[in-house]
Design a protein. Structure first.
Lengths: 291, 314
């Protein structure tokens, strides 16, 4: 055994021994944060202590964070904490349906392609590979301008982005499970394809899809954020994380708190989504995780 | 090998054709007359008639598409009816900026990812490895516009090390050029770095278990040489593949970064044309971008199979 290899084995044993509890803590912190963000986004209109995000002069204009305005105020004196929460409301209500549709459509395409193989697989895989090779934001940009900058059009555009990535992973999973003994056994026992597909293969693919959904959620939030950052998402006066940051960009010198607070919340949310997704994949032992 | 190249090239051509036809067809589904839109709603009937003649609007969609494709292939990329500026003029101004930005960011990302990835794979589980993988994980979760904003705030606004006032060509002096290009390149590289790093690290951990690594160590080669000569080489295939895939994704980042840093590159051009409803130009640009990307992916594939003959048999 060489020094290199011994280091590796000893190190990995140490990692396996010490890593588990700390990872669990991080997982619960992430889930807690996601719950907090989701709850505040859903409950925003009924939260009494939350300012009206559109009300000017809720405080002195361009003040840094304080007890009465946690995230400070912008140049019109609007409360940035309220704007950030309302921004999450829109960003999440686009990401939710987008990922839901993406997982169902992408999942079905991928599982069908992986299970049946042959020309179905060839057709699905080639479309997926082409779609993955193209710059996604260009397409989203194009779709949103063509159809108009409305809530549903943005949702459609970002949904289309998620489908090929999810389909690819679902296909890999279906391929993996279709070759397993229990499927062969069921087939030998006389089960037809609907039973094999829905009772044997699909239940094994679902956990992977559930964890992928967290990662896809992150991707969709970034995609919608990019669109609204460059001014091509749901139009004003709607508040999104992206357009808060775009506004903050112009005021970096005078009031950096505008960009930093919302940017920080967005970053923490994305990190939590990725962590939960990664951790689920790890615990469920899913390979082919790249999205 | 020639046969393999031929098949790949044929596939490539089909993909580009299908994508552009799809786009053309989608544009035609838009309500309203594209020629009325092209003038921003303030056109004389003669101008509209001329434009309609130009775009062959009387023909069926597939004929229009074929004529447009013929124009593009013969170098006639169209012009803005609103400003009179041609596609060629706009693109020759914007393209070098975007290409330089992409090149710098890829260089920075690889230059950082290779040593960090090798080291953290070699010292898997150590404190340093945990810091590196944790940092990579954080970077992977940070959207490019948040990274860019923080970079601007710290290094341009507070420390005043870099300039923000728009693009400076190399002819204006290297210092001026890099003062403008460095932060955007770092912002873009920040998204690529963790992807390269994680892949390389996983690869390194696998390669270190191989017998030839043991042999190299037993010969008495220093660790640094083993890592660079024996461990990095097999991973270069993985890096090359992901480089091809990431090239397309880097354009997403480039659009945002150019917007954030006022660079007026191809991404900004696309955004401004989209905003000005210059659909004819947008369509040509999107077709060209897709063509470039499908080509890059195919070329990477071909290089890959030239380096590793096993791929060809699949």
């Amino acid at each position: 055994m060489t020094a290199a290899v011994t280091t590796v084995t000893r190190a990995s044993r140490r990692a396996a021994a010490s890593g588990r509890p700390r990872r669990s803590v991080a997982l619960y912190v992430s889930l807690g944060w996601l719950f907090l963000v989701l709850a505040s986004a859903v409950l925003a209109p009924w939260l009494g202590f939350l300012d009206d995000p559109h009300r000017p002069l809720a405080g002195q204009p361009e003040e840094g964070p304080s007890w009465s305005h946690w995230f400070g105020t912008d140049q019109l004196g609007r409360d940035m904490f309220a704007r950030s929460v309302w921004g999450s409301r829109l960003s999440l209500s686009i990401a939710g349906p987008a990922v839901g549709i993406g997982v169902v459509v992408g999942g079905v395409l991928g599982v069908v392609a992986g299970y049946f193989g042959k020309w179905i697989d060839l057709a699905v895989s080639s479309v997926v590979n082409v779609a993955l090779a193209l710059p996604a934001l260009v397409f989203a940009l194009f779709i949103v301008t063509m159809l108009g900058q409305s809530f549903w059009n943005v949702t459609i555009a970002v949904t289309i982005l998620t489908i090929p990535a999810i389909a690819r992973i679902a296909r890999a999973q279906a391929l993996r499970f279709a070759a397993r003994e229990f499927v062969t056994v069921a087939s030998v026992m006389g089960a037809r394809w609907p039973r094999l597909l829905f009772r044997e293969v699909l239940p094994n693919v679902v956990p992977a899809l559930a964890s992928i959904a967290f990662l896809a959620m992150g991707i969709v939030i970034i995609a919608e954020g990019s669109l609204s950052f460059i001014g091509v998402s749901v139009g004003s006066p709607s508040i999104t994380w992206g357009n808060i940051l775009a506004a903050g960009r112009g005021r970096l010198e005078e009031s950096p708190h505008i960009a930093l607070t919302t940017g920080g919340v967005m970053f923490a949310t994305l990190m939590a989504l990725n962590f939960v997704g990664d951790e689920l994949l790890r615990r469920l032992d899913v390979r082919e995780t790249r999205i | 090998m020639l046969r393999f190249i031929g098949t790949r090239m044929a596939q490539l051509a089909v993909v580009v054709l299908v994508v552009s036809l799809l786009f053309y067809w989608m544009l035609n589904l838009l309500p309203g007359n594209p020629c009325v839109a092209a003038f921003g709603g303030a056109a004389t009937p003669e101008q509209i008639a001329e434009c309609e003649q130009d775009r062959n609007l009387g023909d069926p969609v597939i004929v229009q598409w074929a004529k447009w494709g013929g124009d593009v292939l013969t170098g006639d990329f169209g012009k803005s009816y609103l400003t009179g500026r041609t596609f060629g003029e706009a693109i020759t101004n914007a393209l070098p900026r975007t290409l330089l930005l992409l090149a710098y960011s890829q260089f920075l990302a690889l230059a950082a990812a290779i040593p960090l990835g090798l080291w953290s794979g070699y010292r898997q589980g150590s404190a340093g490895d945990k810091v590196i993988t944790g940092g990579a994980f954080a970077l992977l979760s940070a959207p490019v516009f948040v990274v860019g904003l923080v970079l601007i705030l710290v290094f341009a606004v507070k420390l005043d090390w870099f300039d923000l006032g728009g693009y400076q060509p190399i002819s204006e002096g290297l210092a001026a050029h890099f003062k403008v290009m460095f932060l955007p390149a770092v912002a873009l590289a920040a998204g690529l770095l963790p992807i390269y790093l994680r892949l390389l690290r996983t690869d390194v951990i696998g390669t270190l278990q191989e017998d030839f690594v043991g042999t190299a160590r037993a010969k008495g080669l220093p660790v640094r040489m083993v890592l660079l000569r024996h461990v990095l080489r097999p991973s270069s295939f993985t890096l090359l593949t992901i480089f091809g895939i990431q090239a397309a994704q880097a354009v997403n980042g480039a659009i945002v970064v150019e917007f954030l840093f006022d660079l007026d590159g191809v991404g900004s051009l696309l955004v401004s044309w989209v905003a000005a409803r210059e659909f004819l130009l947008v369509q040509t640009l999107v077709a060209l971008i897709s063509a470039v990307f499908v080509t890059v992916t195919t070329v990477v594939d071909l290089v890959y199979s030239a380096l590793d003959p096993r791929v060809r048999r699949r």
